[in-house]
Ligand binder design. Structure first.
Ligand code: SF4
Length: 701
């Protein structure tokens, strides 16, 4: 007989930044099915991940008791993880023993080697409250700002450019504003795969007459309905965007009144783009000069133009420069501050916006208050009841910098909550060696991930539907995720674990409900000061900035001024900087990494979701059919990809949307962990790695 749910719980999707609201239908502590709700971002829609990606929570691989590494079992970066043989490496422990060991050793390292010898990686999958408490633990318990999370790997460069240019790292307009735009540019993003419900609004807008311009080295499904598709050469974003700005300046399509009243630095930008004529840039970016002119005119002259971008823009050594160009385009044409205009970096994980807002980054306290600001330090010392001068005034290390610091002996202990750097970091072989070299690694997760495999202590945590918290989507919408089921075995809620570890480090914390953490956040974060927990319970979602209780929130910002000195935005010019590693005779092809529709990031959840795993069970490399033929390869055959840093073997899939000479591989497959090949070279401003470009060779078999 069909099971009938005995309760329904309203929550949000645990995957992407669109933030679809959903309802869990539950019976006997099991989720039977999921339905979309009428949320502001999804209007009852869900993609395949949101609809079918829930039974990972019931998977037999779930961690149900704390684990401590067995004495004598060596740690090495070269390993093959077998989740069915966990007990060969670890032994079960009580919570008391595990927490005492985890916290005691971290405390010992801090006391012997100094407060900068520890680091913590939190998670964009956790709630705002978890992110806030995690960074508070690192800053006050470890004593440094060595705290980061996966925003470093996705939109750090966008955020740096946005903070510098317009004073806020978040989006200016919600995705749904595409329906109010005359022209929409989607660049370096594949929303159909990575933000599927958002893609449906973009498609609807295009069908209703909005001129959709898709710019990407790979042809995505969205390109099929685009007014213009610009398949520019990989790594040539600045050439293309500067050429568009050159057209806008040369043809006097700028919004002079907007530039004069609301910006600074335009003359420098104008001088800089003078050399980037469409004729000169066409052979570099592979787009003919007349198309560049046409698209620039369309964007500049429409009544409302909007730009959305993804990691094709951000994950380069010139990611910050790419974003600076997009910001400059919007400012010089006055295409910001009104409905249907603006800048929208599509945020990846469901709470990457909120985790960053909550201070899970090494250079900022919550609400982007810089750690070097004496006033900000004073505010947080007062809020956290610390003696003056306690907080560190130096920015901490970023994700990739932490790995280098382990290697050089600077970092000796780490606490990782819900992140999997052994899979997600660039040059993953190096990252695994670094994690294995730590004197003490504490990992808090729901599965024994590749990172947890290298841990000294593993703390079993809660899956998304097993806890309550607030989450902030890509539109700055703060929404409630609600607990629908109990965690399995002795697994605990993440907030409880963070607090218990904090106590082992000597902090006197006594939060008894998630809402108390949220209330503390409101007191330290002006942007959400007006959002009460009761209101979230009642309304399910409130947009920030919301500085006064009862205020409606602001979906569109920068309507009158920018949150910068004098209220003015700033132009920052950019020049062409090549990728760190170009193809050569030994490694003649380019590797581009990313995601696929059915799987999420490192795959630890979606590959344990029955339906999703059935649709996409095996690692694949997407290669242009002509490249496959030229190499004598068959679609479906095994290929080996190799860079200077590592090699993997996986199935070849013919994909005529991939550019010639490039290979696209999703990074979710542990059997072919593609980040073994990627390059750890960093954007100098944002310290984001160059996931979107490195040199490889491809061989059969
Ligand atoms: Fe979840 Fe994103 Fe899909 Fe919505 S679009 S259901 S938030 S993965």
């Amino acid at each position: 007989a069909l099971a009938v749910p005995d309760k329904q719980v309203d929550s949000v999707c645990p995957y992407c930044g669109v933030g679809c609201q959903l309802t869990y239908h539950v019976k006997d502590n099991r989720i039977l099915f999921v339905q979309g709700r009428d949320g502001p971002a999804n209007r009852e829609r869900l993609c395949v991940k949101g609809r079918y990606g829930f039974d990972y929570a019931h998977h037999p691989h779930r961690l149900t008791r704390p684990l401590i590494r067995r004495e004598g079992v060596p740690k090495t970066g070269s390993f093959t993880l077998d989740p069915d043989r966990v007990m060969d490496v670890f032994r079960e422990a009580s919570w008391d023993e595990a927490l005492a060991f985890a916290g005691g050793k971290l405390r010992d390292l801090r006391d012997r080697h100094g407060r900068k010898s520890l680091a913590g990686f939190g998670s964009a999958k956790g709630s705002n409250e978890e992110a806030y408490l995690f960074q508070k633990l690192v800053r006050t318990g470890f004593g440094s700002n060595n705290v980061d999370h996966c925003t470093r790997l996705c939109h750090a460069s966008s955020v740096v450019a946005l903070l510098e240019g317009i004073g806020s790292g978040a989006v200016s307009n919600p995705v749904m504003d595409v329906t109010k735009a005359e022209v929409v540019i989607v660049i370096g993003a594949n929303p159909t795969v990575n933000h599927p419900v958002a893609a449906t609004w973009i498609k609807n807008a295009a069908r209703a007459g909005t001129k959709l311009i898709v710019c990407d080295p790979r042809r995505s499904e969205l390109a099929r309905i685009a007014h213009r598709f610009l398949q520019f050469k990989p790594d040539t974003d600045v050439a293309l965007l500067n050429a568009m700005m050159n057209v806008i300046v040369t043809e006097d399509l700028v919004d002079q009144a907007f530039i004069e009243s609301r910006t600074i630095g335009y003359d420098e930008l104008r001088r800089n783009v003078a050399a980037y004529t469409p004729q000169a840039m066409a052979p570099i970016c592979g787009i003919d000069a007349e198309t560049i002119r046409e698209v620039a005119r369309l964007y500049a002259t429409s009544k409302a133009s909007m730009i959305l971008w993804g990691m094709g823009v951000s994950q380069h050594v010139h990611g910050t420069d790419n974003a600076r160009c997009l910001i400059a385009l919007s400012l010089m044409t006055g295409q910001i501050g009104r409905p249907g205009t603006g800048l929208h970096p599509l945020r990846g994980q469901n709470n990457v916006q909120g985790a960053s807002d909550a201070g899970l980054i090494p250079m900022m306290y919550p609400d982007y208050q810089h750690v070097s600001s004496p006033a900000a330090r004073q505010r947080f010392e007062s809020a956290w009841q610390l003696p003056p001068g306690t907080l560190d005034d130096q920015p901490g290390l970023t994700v990739v910098e932490v790995m280098h610091a382990i290697e050089s002996g600077g970092i000796r202990g780490m606490y990782v909550m819900g992140e999997n750097p052994a899979m997600s970091d660039p040059d993953a072989n190096h990252a695994r060696d670094a994690l294995a070299a730590l004197e003490h690694l504490v990992v808090q997760d729901i599965f024994l991930t590749e990172t947890a495999y290298l841990a000294d202590v593993v703390l079993p945590a809660s899956a998304f539907p097993e806890k309550t918290g607030s989450f902030t989507n890509t539109d700055r919408l703060v929404q409630l995720g609600r607990q629908a089921i109990e965690p399995p075995g002795e697994a605990k809620q993440d907030l409880w674990i963070i607090q218990e570890l904090a106590r082992r480090l000597g902090l006197d914390w006594n939060y008894t409900h998630v809402s108390q953490v949220f209330d503390e956040m409101r007191r330290t974060m002006p942007s959400i000061a007006g959002i009460t927990w009761d209101r979230l319970e009642r309304e399910h979602a409130v947009t920030y900035p919301c500085t006064e209780e009862g205020a409606p929130g602001q979906p569109v910002v920068f309507t009158t001024d920018f949150p910068r000195e004098g209220g003015r935005a700033r132009f920052v010019p950019a020049d062409i900087i090549p990728a760190d590693e170009r193809p050569d005779a030994d490694y003649p092809m380019v590797l581009i990494t990313g995601r696929q529709l059915e799987h999420w990031h490192t795959g630890s959840m979606t590959r344990r979701a029955t339906v999703l795993d059935a649709i996409e069970p095996d690692p694949v490399a997407l290669i242009h059919p002509l490249d496959l033929a030229a190499m004598g390869l068959q679609p479906g055959g095994i290929v080996t990809l190799e860079s200077r840093r590592g090699r993997v073997s996986l199935y070849a899939r013919a994909d005529d949307g991939s550019p010639r000479g490039a290979v696209f591989v999703p990074f979710c497959y542990y059997e072919a962990a593609i980040n073994r090949l990627t390059n750890a070279a960093l954007d100098p401003f944002a310290k984001i790695p160059e996931f979107k470009y490195c040199a490889i060779r491809v061989t059969p078999g």
